[in-house]
Design a protein around this ligand. Structure first.
Ligand code: BES
Ligand code: ZN
Ligand code: ZN
Length: 516
């Protein structure tokens, strides 16, 4: 269970821990001075004798109290560095929140006041926004995936953080904003849960049901296409990938019509073309007949990370009742070798009518995306489409784990994405689309082939393949998140494992460019 976060002008009198924000240049804020006075000058004394704590952003210092002079229940003060006052930046406050969570956990703090009463509005962000970002950092860092640990550490459970009260003058605005913050957090954490879920429990059918169970109560319309339906529609490319598995494939379509909801008493508004979000949902990628090597194959449970980003974003925007029309579509398959599996050499059909020569069954993501990209364009006529996929190892060769690669056929859409990326810290780097990559994917015996010819630039040829399925005039971006959907090490606001990458950036993009 996650801890509640409240915003108030006053301290929680029962707290065992008081956190005090300290700026780098002027050391003690006014409220810190007051607490210092109450505790007999302890803070000043500690700062004086400490060469390590300098108020730099995210630094922490725990000061145990023998006997608090001010509050009976108080057991410790925690100083947290806020950096330079003139450099206050909302993303930095998320990081500070993440680092502070770590310090509070190590100190076994349970009921906590965080004194941010000296944070003021800046030219870029309001005090309410800044405090919310700190709260988001705390929550995102506290994420755990421990549902399968039968022997959960009981002592640790007992020492879990119970409540956080953020003391701020902007408490009313902060509290209001926290509704959206919490919706975003829930979207990110749902995406993480899905990516962390093992492939024996998360397979296409169970995944589809889980999406429905999670999103329907929020008012999202969820439609599940089963194999029979997809067969009838002609999703031959997607179905080929899934045919080797005993698990049936699924496509899930999620519709959130927040811009079209007519106000009571007014006529229904004209329907606005939605933004379409498209996700690769390979619940396990063995490579199929072109089998992957054994070591590290367990990680291929994360090959549904693109779909998780789409589903998580739908949860976030529905949770905060975004005034936007967004349709999400995810193709869910398991890529297995078997006597029924598709083979290298097969020529398969697709929803678009284009035929595809399969040269490597491990290049399956593009085959899944091809059908759902074509289908959603025909069905919903979106002006903007963004697809997300753990598509290629090659993007990791190019960019590592810090940046996802973004391919866009429209500068405006790229600029909007870039802005959202910078605003949320989910880093995107623009990669090239080019006629030559599209040409590389043409086959001698079919319209297309699923493997590039050069052996180099695999992320770009994969994007070139997808571009064959984008209609003229549709603004489209493809984001390859193979390196960012799963992190092997802890980051300031992201514990290792599934990251929920792209939920925050997509939510920000929708908030700034697709809401009325
Ligand atoms: N799911 C993989 C890509 C991947 C690799 C994601 C590592 C996350 C971490 C994808 O389906 C794949 O296997 N791609 C192949 C394509 C190749 C056969 C053209 C690859 O990148 O090797
Ligand atoms: Zn693969
Ligand atoms: Zn894959």
């Amino acid at each position: 269970m996650t801890f509640p976060i409240t915003f108030a002008k006053k301290e929680n009198k029962k707290a065992d821990t008081t956190v005090i924000g300290i700026f780098e240049e002027n050391k003690l804020t006014d409220s810190a001075k007051e607490i210092d006075k109450r505790e007999g000058g302890l803070i000043k004394a500690c700062l004086k004798n400490n060469d390590l704590f300098k108020g730099k952003a995210g630094q922490t210092l725990v000061i145990p109290l023998g006997n608090s002079k001010g509050q009976k229940s108080l057991q410790r003060l925690v100083l947290v560095g806020l950096g330079k006052k003139k450099d206050i930046n909302h993303l930095e406050f998320e990081t500070i929140g993440g680092k502070l969570y770590q310090a509070l956990k190590s100190a076994s703090a349970r009921e906590i006041n965080i004194d941010l009463s000296d944070i003021e509005d800046t030219s870029k962000s309001s005090a309410a926004e800044i405090t919310n970002h700190l709260a988001l950092g705390l929550r995102l860092k506290s994420y755990r995936f421990d549902k399968y640990r039968a022997e959960k550490d009981k002592a640790a459970k007992k020492a879990e953080l119970k409540t956080i009260n953020i003391v701020t003058q902007a408490n009313i605005a902060a509290k209001k904003l926290f509704i959206a913050t919490e919706a975003i957090e829930k979207g990110v954490c749902f995406a993480r849960d899905l990516v962390n879920e093992p492939p024996n429990t998360l397979h296409p059918e169970s995944y589809a049901e889980r999406i429905k169970a999670e999103l329907k109560p929020l008012g999202v319309d969820v439609e599940i296409l089963d194999e029979k339906k997809m067969q009838k529609l002609g999703f031959h490319s997607l179905l080929s990938v899934g045919q080797g598995s005993i698990r049936e494939s699924r496509t899930v379509i999620m519709r959130w019509n927040g811009a079209d909801k007519p106000k009571k008493g007014t006529a229904k508004k004209k329907t606005r073309a939605p933004l379409a979000l498209v996700g690769k949902g390979v619940t396990f990628d063995t490579g199929g007949i072109s089998l992957k090597p054994g070591p590290g194959m367990d990680l291929m449970k994360m090959d549904m990370g693109g779909s998780a980003a789409v589903v998580g974003t739908m949860k976030a925007i529905a949770g905060r009742k975004a005034k936007a029309n967004v349709v999400g579509i995810v193709g869910l398959v398991e890529n297995m070798p078997s006597d029924r599996a598709y083979r290298p050499g097969d020529i398969i059909d697709s929803y678009s009518g284009k035929t595809i020569e399969v040269l490597n069954t491990d290049a399956e993501g593009r085959l899944v995306l091809a059908d759902i990209l074509s289908y959603i364009q025909e069905k919903e006529n979106p002006q903007n489409i963004i697809d997300l996929a753990t598509l290629t190892g090659a993007i990791m060769v190019a960019l590592g784990f810090e940046y996802a690669g973004a391919f866009a056929n429209d500068d405006d859409l790229w600029n909007q994405l870039n802005h959202a990326s910078q605003n949320t810290g989910e880093k995107l780097w623009r990669m090239p689309l080019d006629e030559s990559y599209r040409k590389e994917m043409e086959s001698d015996v079919a319209d297309l082939k699923n493997l590039g010819g050069t052996g180099y630039g695999g992320a770009c040829s994969a994007a070139g393949f997808l571009e064959h399925f984008i209609n003229d005039g549709t603004k489209w971006a493809h984001i390859d998140i193979a390196g960012t959907a799963w992190w092997k090490t802890d980051k300031p606001t992201t514990p290792k494992g599934g990251t929920g990458f792209a939920v925050r950036a997509l939510d920000d993009l929708i908030a700034h460019h697709f809401e009325k």
